[in-house]
Design a protein around this ligand. Sequence first.
Ligand code: TXA
Ligand code: MG
Length: 334
Amino acid sequence: MLDKNKNSSFQSLSLERAKELLIQGEVVGIPTETVYGLAAKISSDAAIRKIFSTKKRPFFDPLIVHVQSIEQAQTLTQDWPASAQNLAEAFWPGPLTLVLPKVPSLSDLITSGLPTVGLRMPRHPLTLELIQKVGEPLAAPSANLFGQTSPSKALHVFKEFHGEVPVLEGGDCEVGIESTIIKIHEDEVEIKITVLRAGHIRPQQIVDSLKPLNKSISLVQPGKNIEAPGQIKHHYMPSIPLVYISIGQWAQLDHAISQLNSRLQTPFKNLWTLPLNEAPEQAARELYGLLRDGSENRENDGILFVYNPEIQQGEAWEPLLDRLRRAASYCLTD
Ligand code: TXA
Ligand code: MG
């Protein structure tokens, strides 16, 4: 039996060993600039199944395929419109996932039977080299159990799976939250972009990048309909309850806590306030580490996030606030 708290037993794989394991059809934790992924080669359904069983992820939740070049992405899509080329050139390698029609040969297990595939080229030199060495793209969801907080450090992955998943150490993730996911519809005159998941790359940057194509551009913000399962309300959950409260609702806090406690088997007493940095990029980088590390050894406590619109103001905060609202067990907003 492995000791969950024995951090010192974590040892990184070598790049060569990671390559061998992936070629043999094993799953491996890999670094990206957003969060760590749990990777398998796309040509083996058995390997892809291992991703789902390791994560305890339902098969209806499709995986993102990671490529090491634009050309490799093109081999997986039925249609590669000018807008995809434009966005890939502008933002790859980087935290933008493009959802496009898939080729029939790509396994339905990866796309959960959808006619589309989510593709991205991650910005981490080790992982780009790894994809090159394996010789094919890697499917990789975030390397956490389904519904839980994503890992932003190699050690998070090691602990999440109790040391049973080998991990390629690539340092702390630079961005810290998952990629922006967009679906592209393009015809002769119009480009329609649907934002399926907010992330570091903002909608306005996408629109600005597409302007030289001289087509009408329309942006559809994440709607009420769940198109991407990452939009499920309770996702990214830390292991202790998170209370999200707008500063304007502060007077209601005690009432909210007693409501929440009435739903918990073991009511919690202490609330630990999430010390989010005031700069959004730094806050994003630190968020998942704070949620994970802050939950450790605090089994009987809760985490409090106080939303202050005077500090957390503007588009750059949106992806973080979105993750916090989804992670919250109790949300009290104005
Ligand atoms: O930054 C990231 O995107 C990280 C790193 C590892 O690349 N990956 C990640 O994967 O966050 P995951 O599985 O945790 O979230 C991927 C989400 C799915 O939950 C689903 O919502 C969406 O991507 N997705 C994938 N393929 C899709 C498709 N064909 N259509 C719509 N949504 C899709
Ligand atoms: Mg995930």
